[in-house]
Design a binder for this molecule. Structure first.
Ligand SMILES: Nc1ncnc2c1ncn2[C@@H]1O[C@H](COP(=O)(O)OP(=O)(O)OP(=O)(O)O)[C@@H](O)[C@H]1O
Ligand SMILES: [Mg+2]
Length: 492
């Protein structure tokens, strides 16, 4: 056995299975502080956590906990709710003031359940768990939540992600865009894939690519040899939805002449994508919560618990928090789902990606129709860039398809575009400006801006000057000042 294998063998397997990467130099177990005024509870929990491979310490009161937190580093705190002097809620507040990132899990008995839910919703707690916690089911939940909370903390801390992996997702799945907001999406997707964590909640307006991203998570994840089943939660009539998701037994209802397996069972080992999750009824939400927590369910009319091992990805373009306020969505389900939220930016917030998307779609259409790619004029591109795209990428795609099919000739100009895009009130073109961390001189920006205009006009100085709103002579003067050669604005 090599040294490395020996070292790994000493680590409890539960930790190796947990979503932490094992650093090359060795393994540093996360430190957990357990706070409870009942000493025996503390010790029992400490033993259980030790068995899981965590380093732990205990505090019998909130004030001792704060002293320990001051003196040493902890990765997570588990605290009881009811304690004399300072209770769990007050302790949470103190901790969050000192370190807003440290995850805190609240242990609560049912009389304080509402307070605990409130602490998770608005107080910064990661999770609450109901007593008695020393039952297998509750303990499993706690263990899972610890992993999750620690993962989320690490994920939030700019954990290194290999750029080649990010690039693969970008290239392979045709998710187009290299704006900072999309790069952040790729990084989060890569983390989700690497750590095989779920459920994942993908939020974003219609047409922002939620389904595309869900496919990428499945395709690159460990479950890609199993099914990816997409369920449009809005499309199936309510009375059939339960049976569609969970299956039914023969005779469960009129017309149920045979046993039928539901999507969750069919996808066992793979991924279930619950599209438009905001559309499911409260009854099914309750059943879904059980699937997410215990990975088991009953078929409609059945008595046998069906266990499944699946990755659940949900998507929503409704504002689920608003749905909770309106009483249409269970809060506990929302928190369960949104442990790993992925927010896709609307196209108007990443307009710098529009040229890439346009090029991608035009190439795609020309391949599809087996014709020469069409060129797009700078004026038309500029109109596409300044439009706000209420239907996001889907609308951009359908608009270009329409223009591609209906337009004559090899060039797409501004008049070929739909009126709402070509006749937008013309203000100054919208610019995407992000100043790099180390700063950048105005002179450099001036130079790069001129280069961009020259690239866009394929080296045509007159046209570039027009784009920049200066005369050709002034542009030539600036090109000389910047010592620009053709190499600097080489066009592809
Ligand atoms: N970043 C992207 N790169 C390339 N194509 C994209 C991108 N985002 C979306 N698309 C394309 O736009 C269309 C809509 O995407 P998708 O169906 O994933 O959106 P959605 O967020 O699920 O929308 P809805 O909420 O309306 O269901 C698809 O054809 C998809 O391929
Ligand atoms: Mg969709």
């Amino acid at each position: 056995m090599s040294e490395d294998e020996k070292r790994k063998a000493e680590v409890p397997s539960s930790v190796l299975r947990s979503p932490f990467s094992v650093p090359k130099g060795g393994i540093k177990m996360p430190d957990i502080l357990v706070v409870d005024d009942e000493y025996n509870q503390c010790v029992m929990l400490q033993k259980i956590l030790k068995r899981e491979g965590y380093e732990t310490d205990i505090a019998e009161s909130a004030s001792v906990a704060l002293e320990k937190l001051n003196a040493a580093h902890f990765d997570l705190v588990i605290t009881d709710m009811r304690m004399p002097e300072m209770n769990g809620a007050e302790l949470l507040q103190e901790i969050k003031q000192r370190d807003p990132d440290i995850p805190v899990i609240i242990i609560t008995a049912w009389p304080d359940l509402n307070d605990a839910v409130e602490l998770v919703s608005h107080g910064g707690a990661s999770y609450y768990i109901e007593k008695p916690i020393f039952e297998t089911e509750q303990l499993n939940k706690l263990k899972e939540e610890i992993k999750r909370a620690l993962w989320a903390r690490r994920g939030g801390q700019l954990e290194a992600v290999d750029d080649t992996e990010v690039e693969e997702i970008y290239a392979f799945d045709k998710i187009i865009g290299n704006s900072p907001k999309m790069v952040q999406v790729y990084k989060n997707v890569t983390r989700i894939i690497n750590h095989d964590v779920n459920p994942v909640l993908i939020m974003g307006e219609s047409g922002t690519g939620k389904e595309l991203v869900a496919h990428a998570i499945h395709k690159y994840g460990k479950r890609n040899s199993h099914e990816f089943i997409a369920v449009d939660c809005g499309a199936i009539p309510e009375q059939l939805r339960e049976s569609d998701l969970f299956g039914h037994e023969r005779g469960a209802f009129t017309g149920a002449t045979e046993r039928k397996l539901g999507q969750f069972e069919l996808a066992d080992g793979g991924t279930v994508f619950l599209d438009e999750i905001g559309n499911i009824s409260l009854t099914i939400q309750a059943k879904l919560l059980r699937v997410l927590e215990q990975r088991e369910f009953l078929r409609v009319g059945g008595t046998e618990m069906i266990k499944v091992d699946i990755c659940v990805i949900a998507a929503a373009n409704k504002d689920l928090e608003e749905e909770i306020t309106n009483g249409n969505f269970r809060e506990d389900l929302y928190y369960r789902l949104s442990v790993i939220p992925l927010k896709l930016p609307p196209l108007r917030e990443r307009k710098e990606d529009i040229p890439l998307l346009v090029e991608h779609f035009l190439t795609h259409f020309s391949n599809e129709h087996n014709v020469e790619p069409k060129q797009i004029t700078p004026r038309a591109m500029s109109a596409l860039r300044s439009y706000d795209w209420p239907g996001n990428v889907r609308r951009l795609q359908s608009c270009l398809r329409q223009v591609f099919v209906l337009g004559e000739g090899n060039t797409i100009d501004i008049d070929d575009l739909p009126l709402e895009i070509s006749k937008q009130p013309r203000g100054p073109a919208e610019l995407y400006i992000e100043i790099p961390e180390g700063g950048v001189s105005l002179e450099e920006i001036n130079k790069q801006y001129i280069c961009a205009a020259l690239k866009q006009t394929r080296g045509n100085v007159t046209k570039a000057a027009k784009l920049l709103g200066i005369t050709r002579r002034i542009l030539q003067g600036r090109m000389e000042n910047h010592k620009l050669t053709r190499e600097d604005f080489r066009f592809q």
